[in-house]
Design a protein. Structure first.
Length: 519
């Protein structure tokens, strides 16, 4: 007797790890597993990953999720994948990966962005519905063409991250419209690759993948992938999409008026819209809900700032007094809880790797402003929580004019585990947050797998059947007023420091040149 195929497998490649998740048609999680993925920074501002590391993490995570859930692989009805947008893998005619994948937060293409804006800023926005910045694949490939021309000449296939991983399962080559938009090489009106945008960087459009629906079944798990992962050969594989699209969808963003705020490596504020808002201040994408778009504003360093503070700053303080001790996020949370709102006049700006909304400036840098002898580790942590919240308020205020009236909000991402941070965010943004029970991108990927094979009739009913909320965080009126004043100071600091950051960048390049000559 054959096993009933009703379990869905979602796989998400995040900035620091890959997760595999198994769910039922009711949305119950049967099991999950994750594996870390390393990021390499061979030069300041660079951010790269090795696709081979992704595949290794996928094989271990899928095998781990199957072992923990004790799910018979033959019960899996379908698999789908998500990953960060903009991340490209370049292969030659023999299928060899030609270089590490450039990540979405990589800043190396600044000069390429300046040229593209100077020569075609308005036209790129008209065709791609988004403004060029270092985040997008278009200037990243331009950098490859300028600095590694042999690799550009030898490229026969450009994969996006989740598509390259999926090709290891199926051997097929395709992408979906949402990830295609993330390249900034896709004509968003005509729903096809843009020869004009490709010509701007001298890139061959024949290297770009065929575009299919996010919910399309594109192949089956082949024998080699089955041996590597423990999946059953022949299991249907559904295309999938970008991680933010899947995550906002899994959080229940299936109607207009609801925003989703994410506290992850990057922080985002997203809203569902009937029409796009193609201007320079926001990011526009198709959405999984048919005939709808979603509009995003984003801050580059959210939970990554938190991790930096733990690993490089607070952890270093503790290690200097007791090398045997380590700092956990729970410890940091407890320290922040002991500090009053306002962090005794300490402000943090989370521009550790440049910034997107609303400044779109890769040369901005992080700062603590207002330090004095009274400040300790708890002040540093709370100021970071408040600073990231202020940055997300910058994002929210940029988004408001583009969307319908906001009547509800949901909060996702690893940062939501901090009750202190959740409360600060509610107070700063003056929003009540609902917390979905399972709202990460792997859950969204699993839902997309189910839609693709007919377990769910459509995207809206899939969410209605599976997505539940488990709590709320309500803003406190007195704290809302207090942080409104803090936000104004935060903005003034940013305005004053921005030109100084540009001067620092020029000075850093000069000092690097002097150091190189000295060696």
């Amino acid at each position: 007797m054959s096993a009933k195929r009703e379990v869905m497998l979602g796989i998400d490649l995040g900035a620091g790890s890959l997760k595999a998740l198994l769910i039922t048609p009711r949305g119950d999680v049967l099991g999950s597993a994750s594996e870390p993925v390393a990021t390499y920074t061979p030069h300041p501002g660079w951010s790269e990953q090795d696709p081979a590391d992704w595949w290794h993490a996928l094989c271990k995570s899928v095998a781990g999720a199957l072992a923990r859930s004790k799910v018979d692989p033959r019960r899996i009805a379908a698999v789908s994948l998500t990953a960060g947008a903009h991340i490209q893998v370049l292969e030659d005619a023999q299928g060899k990966v030609l270089r590490p994948a450039i990540m979405w937060n990589d800043q190396r293409s600044r000069l390429e962005v300046e040229r593209l804006r100077r020569e075609a800023d308005d036209r790129i926005l008209q065709l791609g519905f988004n403004r060029c910045s270092t985040t997008w694949t278009l200037p990243q490939l331009d950098w490859v063409r300028n600095h590694q021309p042999e690799i550009a000449r030898n490229t026969r296939r450009v994969y996006l991250a989740k598509d390259w991983l999926r090709s290891r399962l199926t051997g097929s080559w395709e992408t979906d419209p949402i990830d295609a938009q993330g390249t900034l090489m896709f004509d968003s009106r005509r729903h096809e690759w843009s020869d004009e945008l490709c010509r701007l960087i001298g890139w061959n459009p024949d290297t770009l993948a065929p575009v299919v629906a996010s919910t399309a079944v594109v192949g089956e798990v082949n024998d080699a992938a089955a041996r590597a992962t423990g999946l059953a050969a022949g299991t249907p594989v559904v295309c999938g999409t970008s991680d933010t699209a899947a995550e906002t969808y899994a959080a229940g963003m299936t109607r207009r008026g609801r925003v989703v705020i994410k506290l992850a490596t990057a922080g985002t504020v997203s809203a569902l819209t009937r029409d796009p808002s193609p201007d320079a201040s926001v990011i526009n994408y198709f959405h999984i809900v048919p005939d709808h778009w979603y509009t995003i504003t984003a801050t580059n360093a959210c939970a990554s700032s938190h991790r930096w503070l733990r690993d490089r700053v607070v952890g270093g303080m503790l290690a200097s007094t007791d090398p045997a001790e380590t700092v956990t996020y729970a410890t940091m949370d407890a320290q922040a809880a002991e500090v009053a709102a306002g962090s005794a006049g300490l402000f943090f700006h989370p521009y550790l790797n440049g910034e997107r909304t609303p400044y779109w400036d890769p040369l901005l840098r992080g700062s603590y402003v207002g330090l004095s002898f009274e400040h300790g580790p708890g002040h540093l942590v709370r100021a970071l929580y408040e600073g990231v919240a202020y940055s997300l308020k910058d994002c929210l205020e940029t988004l408001r004019p583009k969307v319908e009236a906001i009547d509800s909000a949901r909060l996702t991402g690893g940062g939501v585990q901090s009750a202190v941070w959740r409360q600060i965010l509610a107070d700063v943004l003056a929003l009540e947050f609902e917390l979905p029970s399972s709202a990460d991108a792997s859950f969204g990927a699993a839902l997309i797998a189910g839609i693709g094979v007919g377990i769910f009739a459509d995207p809206v009913s899939a969410v209605e059947q599976t997505v539940r909320t488990v709590g709320k965080t309500t803003p406190r009126p007195e704290a809302v007023d207090f942080h409104a004043e803090g936000f104004r100071i935060y903005k003034d600091i940013q305005l004053e420091l921005a030109p100084i950051h540009h001067r620092i960048h020029a000075w850093r390049e000069k000092t690097a040149a002097v150091a190189s000559t000295a060696r």
